[in-house]
Design a protein around this ligand. Structure first.
Ligand code: CA
Length: 241
């Protein structure tokens, strides 16, 4: 599981301990010493999860969580609150802001990593290493292989050859079927960059993905929703059969 975790923590010793453990667990760690710094980092790169200290100088962790929840682009980023407080009221307050989990200091690094991974598995299925089957396609994140079942048979399949970007794009679409994703959302979640990559890039890779799927007749799963973006629809496929 290779996901980017933004650690917002003003105590540098704790920040170093957390980022060390994240990297050991195969995760990418970005660190911010303040909520203000975190705001500008999130503007550039959308992290897969935010590990957020409650007590920060100037802007508090709660205020930063509110900012994330207010914006369309950041509102669904998973948040784990990290705090020295362990009173029930604070916990409820943290959950009301929309935190996915709540960890009290001092914490065990092993437990912290386990809880981060649990939230990532639940909220971001496209970064998990589990095999996904949808619409007659089977995608294996570990071997990086995609196969398409032929004639509705599970025994007969052909391999679909994809470039790395098309593979990530298909992985994301298969993990979130039926939902429409805007170009900006796809840039954030598949490319990890909505600022420097042009919207048109998405169209180019969608076209390549469809082309690669043509041999298996599965290209029609990838649908264009005018004025909104793209989706992978399994339902239309089932209806057609
Ligand atoms: Ca603190």
């Amino acid at each position: 599981m290779s996901a980017t975790v933004l650690v917002v923590e003003d105590e540098l010793a704790i920040q170093a301990l957390i980022s060390y453990n994240l990297r050991n667990a195969g995760l990418v760690a970005l660190c911010a010493n303040s909520a203000e710094q975190a705001v500008s980092m999130v503007n550039n790169v959308l992290p897969d999860l935010v590990l957020l200290d409650w007590g920060l100088p100037n802007m508090s962790g709660i205020e930063f969580a509110r900012i994330l929840r207010r914006e369309t682009r950041t509102k669904s980023v998973p948040i784990i609150m990290l705090t020295a407080r362990d009173e029930e009221n604070d916990k409820i307050f943290g959950l009301e802001v929309g935190a996915d989990d709540y960890i009290t200091k001092p914490f065990s690094p092993r437990e912290l990593i386990a809880r981060i991974k649990a939230v990532l598995r639940r909220r971001l299925p496209e970064i998990s290493e589990e095999i996904i089957v949808a619409g007659g396609l089977k995608l294996d994140p570990i071997t990086h292989r995609v196969s398409a079942y032929v004639d509705g048979s599970l025994s007969k399949s052909i391999e679909v050859i994809l470039g790395p970007t098309e593979f990530r794009l298909l992985h994301f679409l298969m993990a979130h079927t039926e939902r429409v994703h805007s170009r900006t959302q796809l840039l954030d979640r598949v490319w990890g960059d909505h600022v420097f990559v042009e919207d048109r890039t998405v169209d180019v890779h969608i076209r390549r993905l469809r082309k690669a799927l043509e041999v298996s007749g599965k290209d029609s799963l990838v649908q264009t929703v005018r004025g909104a973006g793209y989706r992978l629809s399994v339902e239309s496929m089932e209806n057609a059969e």
